[in-house]
Design a protein around this ligand. Structure first.
Ligand SMILES: [Mg+2]
Length: 95
C-alpha cells in the first residue's frame, strides 16, 4: 500500500465518522451528549468534519488536486435548494 492509498483509506474512514456523527445528531438531537462523550452531537459533527478536512489537506500534500472551488460549491448549494423545494411539494419537508 502506498501512502496515497493509506490516506485514501483514512479519508473513507473519516467520511464514515462524519456519517455516524450526523446520524446521532438526527436521531438524538444536536445538543445531546452521548454517554462517555464530552461533546454534543453537533460538536462531534464539527470535529469529524475537521478530521476529514485534515486528511484532505494531507492528500493534497501527496499530489492530489482536491481544491474546493466556489463555483462548484455554489452549484451544489443551488442543487440542494432545488431539491428542498421539491421535497416541500411532496410534503416530505416542512418549513
Ligand atoms: Mg475522526
Amino acid at each position: 500500500m502506498t501512502k496515497q492509498e493509506h490516506l485514501l483509506v483514512c479519508l473513507s474512514e473519516e467520511c464514515n465518522e462524519v456519517i455516524h456523527a450526523v446520524s446521532k445528531t438526527l436521531r438524538f438531537g444536536p445538543d445531546e451528549i452521548w454517554p462517555k462523550m464530552e461533546q454534543t452531537n453537533i460538536e462531534r459533527v464539527r470535529i469529524e468534519l475537521n478530521d476529514l478536512m485534515a486528511v484532505v489537506t494531507m492528500l493534497e500534500g501527496e499530489g492530489f488536486n482536491l481544491t474546493r472551488t466556489a463555483g462548484e460549491m455554489v452549484a451544489k448549494q443551488k442543487k440542494v435548494e432545488k431539491y428542498i423545494e421539491y421535497a416541500k411539494t411532496l410534503g416530505t419537508l416542512k418549513d
